[in-house]
Ligand binder design. Structure first.
Ligand code: DC
Length: 462
């Protein structure tokens, strides 16, 4: 099995220098993930796009092709065929990389590139979220830090050697700003994984710091046999992977209620909703029950059984605030008309294989932006109308965001939805996580919340 070392820490802590040295000693590949964010920033700036303009940045992603190559053991990054490795180290790109790295779509875009290289190679990967999000199962995790002044002094020296005219004060201000951005962003913020070793390099030489990493890997290798034997004897005591990830990376971040959503979208929704309702009422024999349970504000989750592609529409027709809902990536590749239609209605793609945490972060961001979120906890459509087991995602999103979950039951007879079919949509009483004692994302609480959600959905389905 490949050995993965996750090395996280703030800008200028010396991660890349130390990781390169340790990788050389261990015979590992060094993967610099910051270079990936920098390369995106480089391309965005080359296209004349403002790196803070999330819509424009995300819109350009489809045309960015990134490749990591290893030339004589050194990483080179190619953007659309151009080797940009030497061009991405300027202060302008550093700041732009910090901006684009806060965008969920950008992080999702880079996720698989990072994971795939770790799957089959012994690597040291440095970044901000390697131990927490990208490689939560890395065998060795280090969180490398140093005081802001020491880091600024090192970076200043490095830039001066390259002929850059930035002053020490400018470099320190930049470091402080990037630290703030990296630790305060909603998406995969920089933080030490619970099982990472904290290493402060302020008083250590490069050699000493690299020694520490090499020692940790040796320690892991020596302990490897013992760990394997223990696992064989007591498999029941091993914590399931899903639970380990949950504990490490799912802090609660309650959303702020009452946010006004984009007036254009709200305006479109105000016009489209009565129009679509009229069409749906003509087309189906559609009725609603429990409409008094639908909150008038946004930022709520509607958790429903899943019967047809029309479900997000059925559910949304009684909500005043636009919805968002996850849809399989394949649905966006069918035909342009269908894609535009589901996008206009709030669909966002979920890429298969994307880490659960990325999807949860995106969902919480949608709620935080004031939208309602429709989720089908069973994941797939039920043909016969019975309610299946349900996945943890809905409970995790609700627990992280600490927001209400409105259970919904969609009912019609038979398998297929067709013209004039009697459809009854029922909304149940909202479930408030804190009111049932769910104030964190511990596996026990997620189980409690998921159970409450699924039971309430079942009660609304006949
Ligand atoms: O490590 P670096 O300075 O080259 O990183 C450039 C920017 O990219 C930095 O502001 C943080 C961001 N980054 C990130 O968010 N996640 C990573 N895994 C690596 C870098």
């Amino acid at each position: 099995m490949a050995v993965n070392v996750a090395l996280d820490g703030p800008s200028g802590a010396g991660k890349s220098t130390i990781a390169k040295l340790a990788a050389k000693r261990l015979g590992f590949i060094y993967v610099d993930t910051g270079a990936l964010y920098r390369s995106i920033a480089y391309r965005i700036i080359s296209l004349g796009i403002d790196p803070k303009d999330e819509n424009a940045v995300c819109g350009a992603l489809d045309d960015i092709k990134l490749e990591l190559k290893y030339i004589d053991g050194t990483q080179a990054v190619f953007v659309n065929g151009e080797n940009v490795s030497d061009k991405i180290r300027t202060p302008e790109i550093s700041m732009a990389a910090s901006n684009v790295s806060a965008m969920p779509r950008v992080r999702e875009f880079l996720l698989e590139t990072q994971r795939s290289i770790a799957r089959t190679n012994d690597i040291i990967m440095d970044g901000r979220d390697i131990g927490t999000v990208i490689l939560p199962d890395a065998q060795v995790k280090i969180f490398l830090t140093a005081s802001a002044e020491v880091r600024a002094q090192r970076r200043y020296k490095e830039l001066a050697e390259k002929g850059d005219s930035s002053t020490y004060e400018q470099v320190l201000a930049d470091i402080n700003e990037r630290d703030y951005n990296d630790t305060h962003r909603a998406q995969a913020p920089l933080k030490q994984a619970q099982d990472a070793k904290l290493l402060d390099s302020s008083e250590l030489t490069i050699e000493q710091t690299a020694d520490e990493i090499v020692a940790r890997v040796e320690e892991y290798r020596q302990a490897g046999d013992t760990v394997k034997k223990t696992a064989e004897i007591k498999p029941a005591e091993r914590v399931p992977r899903s639970e380990r990830i949950q504990r490490e990376i799912m802090p609660v971040r309650p959303i702020k209620k009452g946010k006004k959503i984009n007036p254009l979208r709200q305006g479109f929704y105000n016009v489209a909703r009565p129009f679509v309702r009229f069409i749906f009422k003509c087309w189906f024999d559609l009725s609603y029950e429990g409409v008094e349970n639908v909150p008038t504000d946004g930022g709520n989750i509607f958790a429903s059984n899943h019967r047809s592609y029309g479900d997000p529409v059925f559910i949304a027709l009684m909500t005043r605030v636009p919805i968002s809902y996850m849809a399989k990536e394949e649905l966006f590749k069918q035909n342009i008309f269908f894609t535009l239609l589901i996008k206009a209605w709030g669909a966002f793609p979920v890429v298969r294989g994307t880490g659960d945490t990325a999807v949860i972060d995106i969902s919480v961001n949608k709620l935080d932006s004031g939208r309602n979120l429709v989720i089908f906890p069973e994941g797939t459509r039920s043909k016969d109308g019975s309610v299946g087991k349900g996945k943890n995602g809905v409970a995790l999103i609700a627990a992280v965001a600490q927001t209400k979950v409105v259970p919904v039951g969609i009912n019609f007879e038979g398998e297929k939805l067709c013209r004039k079919k009697k459809v009854v949509v029922r909304y149940g009483k909202p479930i408030v996580p804190a009111q049932i004692g769910v104030t964190d994302t511990s596996p026990k609480n997620i189980k409690i919340l998921k159970k409450a959600i699924m039971e309430n959905i079942s009660k609304l389905v006949y």
